[in-house]
Design a binder for this molecule. Structure first.
Ligand code: MN
Length: 430
């Protein structure tokens, strides 16, 4: 569609997602999902709008002030209404026209599109008539609430206005749905990952000692946006030297010194879907023997993790198996003793001294995408695979991450276009 930088998923996908959600809800349920707020910075400034992931998942609409209302009837039938911000003279001059009702329908598959000023009147009619009101809430286990979201604010207001109305949370249902990707979603993720790997490989060739981490960030940003990404899918980590051991280093303010490693944790966002990749490279194009030994150890664990990621394996069991494999590598590197590992050989938590994060998280609209607490791997789930070894006393931090789709017979690497082996990295940089 000419109004978007990306090729959107067809509206039939969004209709099918709403059908699947409605099929799990009781007759009389009213679903209400709001766009995320536009957050202020200072003076007349705002943060860029970032769409609510569940609203995007169910409508494909990436515009502020959007609301999805679904009235569920018997046997999963449902009537959907989309509220959009109406364009006016002021908006046309300052921001450009917003979606028309026709475009709203074309993108979302929802026939009943109205302007957002009908919001209060519609809810005054539909909320008291509803048996249950189902609201979007973010129950991610690691969520930290700095401010109330629009959806949380509405939940509080609803309970105050209609204390007898039963309010239910959509989080678990949508988390379960979003964990398994459809073919349309896989297509967006493949493109996000293609851009992520291709842009990195292009930039890799020009990296030299003395470059600023920020210069590499700028080159990556150009490489991604030129390929129709909207932006990085998260704050990019370009960490050299000691900062390779800072897991979420994002200031990217140092110059890369000869002999340093540079750890990249980067991703492009395409069509609302996130790529997420880590690579670790020598600033001067050649790994030292010790850097190479640690890299090869991490890579062995990376391949092992991809190998055992199969339908039917539970996530926590997978993480345990990866820890066992990592323990063996850390012993070989002289970082752990065999005695330490033997104290708990089935689950050697001592590896956390050098590998302190999880191996994998779901990937999708969100970089840390939603899912049930401890899911069982299944076909068409998309996961990152990202073991790391961080030795602060040696200024060696290595993380090797790709994204994979789980198929019946194994995993599909979504970033095969970025060098992974030592020889390939050194060749690309020579
Ligand atoms: Mn990741």
């Amino acid at each position: 569609m000419h109004t978007l930088r990306y090729t959107p998923i067809p509206a039939s996908f969004y209709s099918a997602r709403r059908d699947a959600l409605a099929a799990q809800l009781p007759a009389g349920a009213l679903v209400i999902i709001h766009a995320n707020d536009i957050y202020p910075t200072n003076a007349d400034g705002t943060m860029p709008h970032h769409q609510n992931a569940n609203l995007f998942y169910l409508t494909g609409i990436d515009q502020e002030e959007t609301v999805l209302l679904m009235r569920v009837g018997e046997q999963g039938t449902h009537e959907d209404t989309l509220l959009l911000r109406e364009t006016n003279e002021h908006i046309i001059i300052w921001e450009g026209a917003r979606l028309t009702k026709e475009l709203g329908t074309a993108l979302s598959g929802i026939a009943d599109v109205r302007w957002a000023d009908e919001y209060n009147a519609l809810l005054a009619e539909w909320v008291p008539a509803a048996g249950e009101v189902w609201l979007e809430r973010d129950n991610h286990p690691r969520r930290y609430t700095y401010v109330q979201t629009r959806n949380e604010r509405y939940a509080a207001a609803l309970q105050a206005c209609y204390p007898d109305t039963k309010v239910c949370c959509l989080y678990e249902l949508l988390a379960e749905m979003r964990l398994v990707k459809t073919e349309e979603e896989l297509q967006q993720l493949r493109e996000a990952c293609r851009i992520t790997g291709e842009g990195f490989t292009e930039v890799l060739r020009s990296i030299k000692p003395g470059m600023g981490e920020w210069e590499i960030e700028a080159a990556l940003s150009a490489a991604y946006i030129r390929r129709r990404a909207r932006k990085f899918s998260f704050q990019p980590i370009i960490a050299s030297g000691a900062d390779t051991c800072v897991l979420h280093y994002i200031s990217n303010h140092k110059c890369c010194a000869d002999g340093d490693l540079i750890l990249f944790d980067i991703g492009a966002e395409y069509g609302g879907y996130a790529g997420d990749m880590s690579r670790t490279i020598p600033a001067n194009g050649k790994f030292s023997p010790r850097q190479k030994a640690v890299y090869e150890a991490c890579l062995a664990v990376h391949y092992y993790a991809r190998e055992i990621m199969r339908p039917g394996l539970r996530k926590s069991e997978y993480e345990r198996l990866v820890r066992v494999r990592m323990a063996a590598e850390l012993v070989k590197l002289g970082l752990l003793t065999q005695e330490e590992v033997n104290a708990a050989p089935e689950n050697p938590l001592c590896v956390r001294r050098y590998f302190m994060h999880g191996t994998s998280h779901p990937l999708g609209i969100d970089v840390h995408d939603v899912g049930p607490a401890d899911p069982v791997f299944a076909e068409n789930q998309v996961w990152t695979v990202e073991p790391g070894i961080y030795i602060a006393e040696e200024n060696i931090g290595i993380r090797i991450e790709t994204d994979v789709v789980i198929h019946a017979d194994g995993t599909e690497d979504l970033i095969p276009n970025a060098p992974l082996e030592v020889a390939d990295i050194e060749a690309a940089m020579s």
